[in-house]
Design a binder for this molecule. Structure first.
Ligand code: 4NP
Length: 161
Protein backbone atom coordinates (compact mmCIF):
# COMPACT_ATOMS: atom_id res chain seq x y z
CA UNK A 1 0.00 0.00 0.00
CA UNK A 2 1.42 3.40 -0.92
CA UNK A 3 1.81 6.04 1.74
CA UNK A 4 -0.64 8.91 1.17
CA UNK A 5 -0.05 12.62 1.82
CA UNK A 6 -2.63 15.42 1.72
CA UNK A 7 -1.52 19.07 1.59
CA UNK A 8 -4.10 21.60 2.78
CA UNK A 9 -4.44 25.39 2.53
CA UNK A 10 -7.39 27.79 2.31
CA UNK A 11 -8.16 27.99 -1.41
CA UNK A 12 -6.21 25.01 -2.84
CA UNK A 13 -4.96 27.24 -5.66
CA UNK A 14 -1.65 28.57 -4.28
CA UNK A 15 0.20 26.89 -1.40
CA UNK A 16 -1.17 23.34 -1.23
CA UNK A 17 -1.02 22.61 -4.99
CA UNK A 18 2.56 23.90 -4.91
CA UNK A 19 3.40 21.59 -2.01
CA UNK A 20 1.75 18.65 -3.80
CA UNK A 21 3.61 19.24 -7.07
CA UNK A 22 6.97 19.98 -5.42
CA UNK A 23 6.62 16.82 -3.34
CA UNK A 24 5.81 14.79 -6.46
CA UNK A 25 8.91 16.26 -8.12
CA UNK A 26 11.10 15.15 -5.19
CA UNK A 27 9.39 11.74 -4.99
CA UNK A 28 10.06 11.19 -8.71
CA UNK A 29 13.70 12.15 -8.30
CA UNK A 30 14.00 9.68 -5.42
CA UNK A 31 12.37 6.90 -7.47
CA UNK A 32 9.53 6.56 -4.94
CA UNK A 33 6.53 7.25 -7.17
CA UNK A 34 5.10 3.80 -6.48
CA UNK A 35 5.42 4.23 -2.73
CA UNK A 36 4.16 7.74 -1.94
CA UNK A 37 1.03 9.40 -3.33
CA UNK A 38 0.16 13.11 -2.96
CA UNK A 39 -3.02 15.15 -3.19
CA UNK A 40 -4.13 18.60 -2.00
CA UNK A 41 -7.32 20.30 -0.84
CA UNK A 42 -8.64 23.59 0.52
CA UNK A 43 -10.54 24.20 3.74
CA UNK A 44 -12.79 26.63 1.83
CA UNK A 45 -15.12 26.11 -1.12
CA UNK A 46 -14.04 29.40 -2.79
CA UNK A 47 -12.16 28.00 -5.75
CA UNK A 48 -13.53 24.48 -6.28
CA UNK A 49 -12.63 23.28 -9.78
CA UNK A 50 -10.08 26.03 -10.45
CA UNK A 51 -6.52 25.39 -11.64
CA UNK A 52 -3.59 26.74 -9.59
CA UNK A 53 -3.20 30.54 -9.49
CA UNK A 54 -1.14 31.75 -12.49
CA UNK A 55 1.20 33.75 -10.21
CA UNK A 56 1.93 30.58 -8.25
CA UNK A 57 2.47 28.59 -11.44
CA UNK A 58 4.86 31.26 -12.73
CA UNK A 59 6.93 31.01 -9.53
CA UNK A 60 7.09 27.19 -9.70
CA UNK A 61 8.09 27.33 -13.36
CA UNK A 62 10.75 30.02 -12.79
CA UNK A 63 12.29 28.47 -9.68
CA UNK A 64 11.99 24.74 -10.34
CA UNK A 65 10.92 24.38 -13.95
CA UNK A 66 7.79 22.47 -12.93
CA UNK A 67 4.15 22.88 -13.90
CA UNK A 68 1.47 22.95 -11.23
CA UNK A 69 -1.11 20.30 -12.08
CA UNK A 70 -4.50 19.76 -10.48
CA UNK A 71 -7.86 21.37 -9.79
CA UNK A 72 -9.04 22.75 -6.46
CA UNK A 73 -11.27 20.65 -4.24
CA UNK A 74 -12.53 21.09 -0.70
CA UNK A 75 -11.28 19.06 2.25
CA UNK A 76 -13.82 16.45 3.37
CA UNK A 77 -14.08 14.31 6.49
CA UNK A 78 -13.38 11.10 4.51
CA UNK A 79 -9.88 12.49 3.86
CA UNK A 80 -8.94 11.53 7.43
CA UNK A 81 -9.37 7.83 6.61
CA UNK A 82 -7.96 8.18 3.11
CA UNK A 83 -4.62 9.83 3.98
CA UNK A 84 -1.79 8.85 6.30
CA UNK A 85 -0.55 12.41 6.88
CA UNK A 86 -2.31 15.76 6.47
CA UNK A 87 -0.06 18.81 6.15
CA UNK A 88 -1.53 22.22 7.01
CA UNK A 89 0.10 25.30 5.46
CA UNK A 90 -0.78 27.66 8.34
CA UNK A 91 -2.25 27.62 11.82
CA UNK A 92 -5.71 28.64 10.65
CA UNK A 93 -5.75 25.73 8.18
CA UNK A 94 -4.59 23.46 11.00
CA UNK A 95 -7.39 24.60 13.31
CA UNK A 96 -10.00 24.20 10.56
CA UNK A 97 -8.75 20.67 9.80
CA UNK A 98 -8.84 19.71 13.49
CA UNK A 99 -12.37 21.13 13.77
CA UNK A 100 -13.53 18.47 11.26
CA UNK A 101 -12.33 15.76 13.66
CA UNK A 102 -14.25 16.52 16.87
CA UNK A 103 -13.36 13.24 18.58
CA UNK A 104 -9.65 13.84 17.94
CA UNK A 105 -9.05 10.34 16.62
CA UNK A 106 -7.06 11.64 13.63
CA UNK A 107 -5.27 14.45 15.47
CA UNK A 108 -1.87 12.73 15.30
CA UNK A 109 -2.01 12.57 11.49
CA UNK A 110 -2.18 16.38 11.15
CA UNK A 111 1.02 18.47 11.03
CA UNK A 112 2.01 22.03 10.25
CA UNK A 113 4.07 21.94 7.04
CA UNK A 114 6.81 24.15 8.51
CA UNK A 115 7.56 21.55 11.19
CA UNK A 116 9.59 19.82 8.45
CA UNK A 117 11.69 22.87 7.48
CA UNK A 118 15.39 22.83 8.33
CA UNK A 119 16.65 26.01 6.61
CA UNK A 120 13.76 28.38 7.39
CA UNK A 121 12.48 29.56 10.75
CA UNK A 122 8.94 30.51 9.73
CA UNK A 123 6.23 28.55 11.54
CA UNK A 124 3.63 28.97 8.79
CA UNK A 125 3.60 29.15 4.99
CA UNK A 126 2.41 32.75 4.44
CA UNK A 127 -0.74 33.28 2.37
CA UNK A 128 0.58 34.94 -0.84
CA UNK A 129 -2.82 35.64 -2.42
CA UNK A 130 -3.11 39.38 -1.78
CA UNK A 131 0.60 40.19 -2.13
CA UNK A 132 3.12 40.58 -4.95
CA UNK A 133 5.09 38.06 -7.01
CA UNK A 134 7.93 37.96 -4.46
CA UNK A 135 5.57 36.34 -1.94
CA UNK A 136 4.83 33.52 -4.37
CA UNK A 137 8.55 32.99 -4.97
CA UNK A 138 9.15 32.79 -1.22
CA UNK A 139 6.40 30.19 -0.86
CA UNK A 140 8.27 27.98 -3.35
CA UNK A 141 11.56 28.28 -1.43
CA UNK A 142 9.88 27.51 1.87
CA UNK A 143 7.99 24.54 0.44
CA UNK A 144 11.11 23.01 -1.13
CA UNK A 145 12.71 23.08 2.34
CA UNK A 146 9.63 21.57 4.01
CA UNK A 147 9.09 18.93 1.31
CA UNK A 148 12.72 17.78 1.55
CA UNK A 149 12.36 17.39 5.31
CA UNK A 150 9.03 15.65 4.92
CA UNK A 151 10.43 13.16 2.41
CA UNK A 152 13.31 12.41 4.76
CA UNK A 153 10.86 11.93 7.64
CA UNK A 154 8.63 9.55 5.68
CA UNK A 155 11.46 7.46 4.29
CA UNK A 156 13.05 7.09 7.72
CA UNK A 157 9.78 6.46 9.59
CA UNK A 158 7.83 4.28 7.22
CA UNK A 159 9.56 2.80 4.23
CA UNK A 160 12.12 0.95 6.33
CA UNK A 161 9.33 -1.11 7.92
P1 4NP B 1 -4.15 29.39 -0.89
O1 4NP B 1 -4.28 30.95 -1.23
O2 4NP B 1 -4.93 29.14 0.38
O3 4NP B 1 -2.68 29.20 -0.71
O4 4NP B 1 -4.73 28.65 -2.08
C1 4NP B 1 -5.49 31.63 -1.25
C2 4NP B 1 -6.32 31.52 -2.33
C3 4NP B 1 -7.52 32.21 -2.36
C4 4NP B 1 -7.86 33.04 -1.30
C5 4NP B 1 -7.02 33.15 -0.20
C6 4NP B 1 -5.84 32.45 -0.18
N1 4NP B 1 -9.08 33.77 -1.35
O5 4NP B 1 -9.33 34.54 -0.40
O6 4NP B 1 -9.84 33.64 -2.31
Amino acid sequence: MPYKLLFVCLGNICRSPSAENIMNYLIDQAGLSESIICDSAGTSSYHIGSPPDRRMSAAAQAKLGIKLLGRARQLQTSDFQEFDLILAMDRENYDNIIALDPTGQYHKQVYLMCEFCSRHNLKEVPDPYYGGQEGFNQVIDLLVDACEGLLQYITSQNLKN
